[in-house]
Design a protein around this ligand. Structure first.
Ligand SMILES: C[S@@+](CC[C@H](N)C(=O)[O-])C[C@H]1O[C@@H](n2cnc3c(N)ncnc32)[C@H](O)[C@@H]1O
Length: 232
């Protein structure tokens, strides 16, 4: 008897948005990706080798068009930045900005961040993980697609070094409640700061494109910083 065919569809936190690459984004992907891009694969990355130096590594999940990511990499040249995004035009845009900024402390991956974290990011290798304005999935039947879940916190905590932080921002009040609830039930993280504001007080980060959109709609912003709890 044949083994049953298990087509287990994993629940993803994104739907690939349609969006055409501009000619310059296309060119950036062809010309800059070989230097700044990292392909998805089953092997753990050696981050010191990837950047040809040892420095604290900061990972941003879902960087959108990358403007915040590039700005942070420019402002903190003593750190290595890794960005993960599935939206190809956003990756193309980010590559162009990185080239214009002339930085060498940034590398990008274009794949589902959950799979990248599981397969390629070594345990205790990151100093900080940034999750800025994750897709809020407002409909109840879609809540399971929200990236902030218990398993996600474990995945991140395992990859953060001692005293590493998870920094999250959202403009969606119901998602902020969800994040508060999931994090308050986790023993892997301790909240070090939490603030709500009207865009004037971002927590240790530049303003992002989606944040500007939310502010235009009159949304309030919620920022939180969570430090990895020492292992017992
Ligand atoms: C609402 S946008 C925010 C973009 C950016 N952080 C900002 O604040 O402007 C969320 C982004 O996360 C990306 N994303 C969602 N889930 C992802 C995943 N599992 N892996 C990689 N990117 C993801 C989406 O493609 C989208 O570009």
């Amino acid at each position: 008897m044949q083994a049953p065919d298990h087509h287990k569809r994993s629940i993803r936190s994104f739907v690939k948005r349609a969006g055409r690459l501009t000619p310059s984004q296309q060119k950036a992907l062809a010309e800059l990706w070989p230097t700044l891009g990292i392909g998805y694969g089953p092997e753990l990355l050696n981050l010191d080798k990837v950047f040809a130096r040892a420095a604290p590594a900061v990972l941003e999940i879902g960087f959108g068009n990358g403007e915040t990511l590039v700005q942070q990499a420019v402002e903190n040249q003593d750190k290595n930045y890794i960005g993960i995004e599935v939206h190809e035009p956003g990756v193309g845009h980010c590559l162009l900005q990185a080239r214009d900024a002339g930085i060498d402390n940034l590398r990008l991956l274009m794949h589902d961040a959950i799979e990248v974290l599981n397969a390629q990011i070594p345990l205790e290798s990151l100093a900080r993980v940034n999750l800025y304005f994750p897709d809020p999935w407002p409909k109840k039947r879609h809540h399971k697609r929200r990236i902030v879940q218990h398993d996600f916190l474990d995945l991140i905590a395992d990859r953060l070094a001692a005293n590493g932080t998870l920094n999250i921002a959202t403009d969606w009040a119901a998602y902020a409640e969800h994040i508060d609830e999931i994090l308050s039930r986790s023993d892997r993280f301790t909240c070090t700061e939490r603030r709500e504001h009207d865009g004037e007080n971002p927590l240790d980060r530049p303003r992002t494109k989606f944040e500007r959109r939310g502010l235009k709609k009159g949304h309030r912003i919620w920022d939180g910083c969570f430090i990895k709890t020492p292992d017992h």
